[in-house]
Design a protein around this ligand. Structure first.
Ligand SMILES: *Cc1c(COP(=O)(O)O)cnc(C)c1O
Length: 357
């Protein structure tokens, strides 16, 4: 039985463990060494670490490629953008994770590359923009508008144009969507979110596909990590692997909660609009009263945590435009709900009292 025969729910539990020899630990080792005895496969810990390898084996198998762990999701974003040469052309979404958009705006302002801003949910306009570009950045569903891109069509347009396609798969996770299988070249993750799942660490990853093209991209990303130095801490990586073990059950419960809440919110008199793509556990809502109205709701919850970030076991609520870097396409009155795994009736009761005020 090879691991490809196993379902993802089994793989995320069983991969990245130690060899089964008598007396070995059942978990991956937490390797706290900066250097190794000479003449082994790796000689210095900026180049490799057994704890990284364990996490990369599990995530790589789930995405169907070769994973590299990075110090943060943004370090993985920076690594993926390093694949564009100076003066290149990047096709990028007007609305996406604000750190990614801010990085692209900086690069554009500094003349490092030209950016063609698009709405990736508009497939034909995005396909038109891809011609003559070097890299196509996708994030689907997008943060926090939850727009969905046609990854197959856009990856194939990128490939025809000779451009590298990248998909930030943080919101969907590999249990819902495997971009490499749809033709995307590089997957990016903020491991901080669902993959680790407990709001206790910052970590990122890239995953690239098989074949010469995939291997070449993997080598370039790995080189960027080695010399850029944005490497993952072994402890964070070990915790992320422990969190990954329960991804399937966490996501199942959080998604069931999100579906139920999205349904009820759509009928709530104090909610103007609900965005929910039909999968995953993020729901965005718009409430009356503009920015102040939304801030009041976020501040009035007791069970839901008023905090940034997402993908933890606990439910979180936040008005995204409170961050100056948030793209202006995001409405002032939009609240992003990261639905956790608590009892759905408790979540509803708290949200309802906060909305009614
Ligand atoms: C949080 C997030 C990032 C950035 O990840 P960090 O781990 O915070 O550096 C990138 N993309 C998306 C979609 C995110 O939600």
């Amino acid at each position: 039985m090879t691991h490809q025969d196993l379902s993802p729910a089994t793989r995320l539990v069983s991969l990245g463990r130690q060899e089964r020899i008598p007396g070995a630990g059942v978990n991956a080792r937490l390797e706290l060494s900066s250097t190794y005895v000479a003449d082994g496969p790796v000689n210095y810990a900026r180049a490799g670490n057994p704890t990284w390898s364990a996490f990369e084996e599990a995530l790589g198998s789930l995405e169907g490629g070769d994973a590299l762990v990075f110090a943060s999701g943004m370090a993985a974003v920076a690594a993926a953008l390093s694949l564009v040469d100076h003066g290149g052309v990047v096709v990028a979404p007007r609305s996406a994770y604000n750190g990614t958009v801010a990085t692209l705006l900086d690069a554009e302002r500094d003349g490092r590359f030209e950016v063609r801003w698009v709405d990736p949910a508009d497939t034909s306009a995005t396909v038109d923009a891809v011609e003559g570009s070097d890299l196509v950045w996708l994030e689907s569903p997008s943060n926090p508008l939850l727009e969905v891109a046609d990854l197959t069509a856009l990856a194939s347009a990128a490939s025809r144009a000779g451009a590298i396609s990248v998909c930030d798969n943080t919101f969907a996770t590999p249990l819902v969507q495997r971009p490499l299988a749809l033709g995307v070249d590089v997957v990016v993750h903020s491991v901080t979110k669902y993959l680790s799942g407990h709001s206790d660490l910052i970590l990122g990853a890239t995953v690239t596909g098989a074949g010469d093209r995939g291997r070449n991209l993997h080598d370039r990303l790995s080189h960027h990590r080695l010399l850029g130095g944005a490497i993952a801490g072994p402890m964070e990586t070990w915790l992320a692997l422990r969190g990954l073990r329960t991804l399937h059950v966490r996501l199942e419960r959080a998604t069931a909660n999100a579906r139920e809440l999205a349904d009820r919110l759509a009928r709530h008199p104090h909610v103007q609009r609900v965005r929910y793509p039909g999968f995953g556990a993020i729901v965005s809502i718009e409430v009356p009263g503009g920015a102040d109205g939304a801030e009041r709701v976020a501040g009035a919850t007791q069970l839901w945590t008023h905090s940034t970030s997402l993908g933890g076991v606990e439910s979180q609520i936040e008005r995204r435009r409170r961050h100056p870097a948030e793209p202006v396409a995001v409405p002032q009155e939009l609240l992003r709900l990261s639905v956790g795994i608590e009892d759905v009736e408790d979540l509803w009761a708290d949200l309802d009292q906060a909305l009614v005020g």
